[in-house]
Design a protein around this ligand. Structure first.
Ligand code: ADP
Length: 624
């Protein structure tokens, strides 16, 4: 702002003061002779600028004022601010949309992954469910054709049972598909409900008995003739009962109660089994859902049963509910509308009696003494029996029902070979394999895994766990035999290797590093105390940190000799080496290698080398 005080006689003497009211500094400011004031930092608003002048005589004029308005800059005007606000809202909205679509995409990806997981689970389970009976059917058919005298009766019933199981599975899957597309129609008949249910429940008695369960049936239902679809009612009840039996451990109880409440038929299936966790409960009626779908789950299944049951109950106009506590048991309640009719239909109700799988024990086949001992680990009794029938006569066979039992028995019996299923309760085949291969007493035992999972991944997993062979169900009997023979032959080469030299020198064949170390350790202990006749099994066991029986079994498998025999073998090998040195006489050599009596030494020496020590020395001398 420029200003000027007018004074004609002495204009150089004029002095000024100014101030800006409304600014941060409102006091008068001395401007001296300067005739302008500058303001740089005034915020938008109203101000009053005042200036006064003093003449050379020291008189001040009255101030004059100027009102100043600093306008908002364009970028902070109201319209600009509204524009900003709109922009901000648009940006927030855009961000929200972006986040939303990202989250949707993520959810979709998770959903797809889950779907994929369910599909894989479904395929694995269903293929297992198909392959297991197929193994028995194919295998037993061959057996029957081969030796009808031995296998006809047993074989045919196994084939029947397993094909029935397959058929039931296929029917379940088809029914489920029909139900979903609404094409399943009910085929109702008038039947006497009480005897019908009693018969149905009774047909489970032998199955319950083989599972060592107590099966109870209570009914407060009057004698009624009702209209139902007997086949569908059978499906519902047998699904619930099969589950109850399947998921209840030995010694438990399954009870079925039937009663009428007004015009509803109420069926309650209660068990004292493993129960279902609260978080799983809402899903058990979903298709292919299994609480435990791991390889180690107990009981076979596809997760179709309950889905089908619920659909059937709904088609029949009823309701199904479940209550369950983990480790205490489950209760399934079905209520169906009761359509009472007076008369029994002229045709007798045609319901198919159920054939339930009864667990059978593999027969005790004639045992060839001295034959290799094979441990079969398989939870399905029919498959176990089929494997046994493939091997009987040439092998001694022991059967373990699941992976855990398999490991325990293998440690106790030290078999010559293990054949194991992969999917089994408690411990699966991979775990079994890993456990056996990592225990010093069993690491040498060849393991053949038999499995329904044909994918390359499982195969690799099996081999990585140290399985020596991996066969897919249904397997070929000849292939199994060849694998067994090869693996046992490999053990024999190994025996020769461990018996041949004083020391294990060459590099171990792949997979036998552990065995080599073990034998080397053993030989080292013996060599160190070569002249000590008191070196016995317990001293050796102590040195190697193994108790008597496992030590014996392990040596037997690796060398074909007992501990004492193998110690003597090592002593004699050393003796043969010592005999090359002319400075020792025979009895000195005998003492140096732990034989107290030279006569006994000579006898044992001849047994091994076919010549006496003296002859052996002479032959060596002649060579030179
Ligand atoms: P699955 O073929 O596996 O038996 P279901 O559809 O019949 O299929 O059952 C689904 C799952 O529900 C089972 O895998 C099991 O985990 C659980 N379940 C069903 N019935 C029972 C029961 N009585 N006790 C414990 N768990 C059960």
């Amino acid at each position: 702002i420029r200003y000027r005080g007018i004074q004609f006689n002495y204009p150089e003497g004029v002095r000024y003061q100014y101030r800006m009211e409304g600014s941060s500094n409102e006091s008068w400011i001395d401007a001296g002779e300067k005739r302008e004031a500058s303001f740089f930092d005034l915020a938008p608003g109203s101000y009053t600028f005042s200036v006064k002048a003093m003449n050379a005589d020291g008189f001040w004029s009255d101030p004059i004022s100027l009102n100043v308005t600093i306008l908002q800059p364009w970028w902070w005007s109201w319209s600009a601010r509204i524009a900003y606000l709109l922009l901000a809202i648009a940006a927030a909205y855009g961000f929200y949309r972006f986040q939303l679509s990202r989250r949707l995409a993520e959810a979709e990806a998770t959903r797809l992954a889950e779907l994929d997981h369910v599909k894989t689970r479904l395929y694995t389970n269903i293929t297992h469910e198909f392959r297991t009976p197929l193994t028995v059917i194919q295998g037993m058919a061959d057996k029957v054709a081969e030796r009808p005298d031995r296998f006809l009766e047993n074989g045919i019933s196994m084939i029947r049972r397993n094909s029935q199981q397959l058929l039931r599975l296929v029917n379940q899957l088809l029914d489920l598909a029909k139900l979903e597309s609404g094409h399943l129609s009910l085929n109702t008949q008038a039947i006497e409900i009480n005897p019908f249910l009693a018969y149905l429940i009774e047909s489970f008695e032998s199955y319950a008995e083989t599972c060592q369960l107590d099966l109870q049936h209570h009914s407060t239902l009057e004698d009624l003739i009702v209209e139902v679809d007997p086949d569908r009612l059978t499906d519902i009840l047998s699904n619930l009962m099969t589950n109850a039996i399947k998921f209840t451990p030995e010694g438990g109880q399954v009870s079925v109660e039937t009663h009428r409440s007004r015009n509803q038929l109420q069926i309650t299936v209660q068990d004292t089994g493993q129960g279902i966790a609260a978080e799983d409960l809402p899903h058990i009626f979903d298709r292919f859902y299994q609480v435990d779908s791991s390889d180690t789950r107990g009981g076979e299944g596809t997760g179709v049963g309950l889905a089908l049951t619920r659909e059937l109950v709904q088609v029949m106009g009823g309701k199904i509910t479940v209550e369950s506590r983990l480790n205490q048991g489950s209760t399934f309640r079905v209520s169906l509308p009761l359509k009472v009719v007076e008369e029994v239909a002229v045709d007798a109700p045609a319901f198919t009696p159920l054939v339930e799988p009864t667990a059978i024990q593999p027969s005790s086949a004639p045992i060839a003494t001295g034959a290799p001992h094979i441990l079969v680990v398989e939870d399905n009794a029919d498959v176990a029996q089929y494997i046994q029938s493939c091997l009987e006569g040439d092998f001694r066979i022991t059967w373990a029902k699941d992976g855990q039992a398999g490991i325990e028995q293998a440690l106790e019996l030290i078999p010559d070979l293990v054949i194991s299923d992969v999917m089994m309760p408690r411990k699966d085949g991979f775990e079994l394999c890993y456990a056996l291969k990592h225990d010093r007493t069993t690491s040498h035992i060849p393991v053949i895994l038999l499995t329904a999972r044909a994918d390359a991944d499982s195969k690799l997993a099996g081999l990585r766990k140290g399985a020596d062979a991996y066969l897919t169900k249904p397997f070929d009997e000849k292939e199994l035999r060849i694998r067994i023979d090869n693996l046992l032959a490999l053990r024999r080469t190994l025996q020769e290797r461990y018996l041949s030299g004083v020391e294990v020198t060459e590099e171990a064949p792949a997979g036998f590093e552990q065995e080599d170390t073990f034998i080397s350790q053993f030989k080292a202990v013996v060599t160190e105390r070569l002249d000590d006749p008191k070196l016995d099994v317990s001293a050796l066991g102590m040195a190697l940190n193994l108790s008597r029986t496992p030590l014996h079994n392990k040596l037997k498998a690796l060398t074909g000799m007992s501990t004492t025999e193998f110690v003597r073998h090592i002593r004699l090998q050393h003796a043969a080496e010592l005999l090359k040195e002319p400075q020792y006489n025979i009895s000195e050599v005998a003492h140096a290698t732990g034989f107290q009596s030279p006569n006994y030494f000579t006898r044992r020496f001849r047994e091994l080398y076919g010549v006496t020590p003296k002859e052996w020395r002479e032959a060596r001398d002649a060579e030179k």
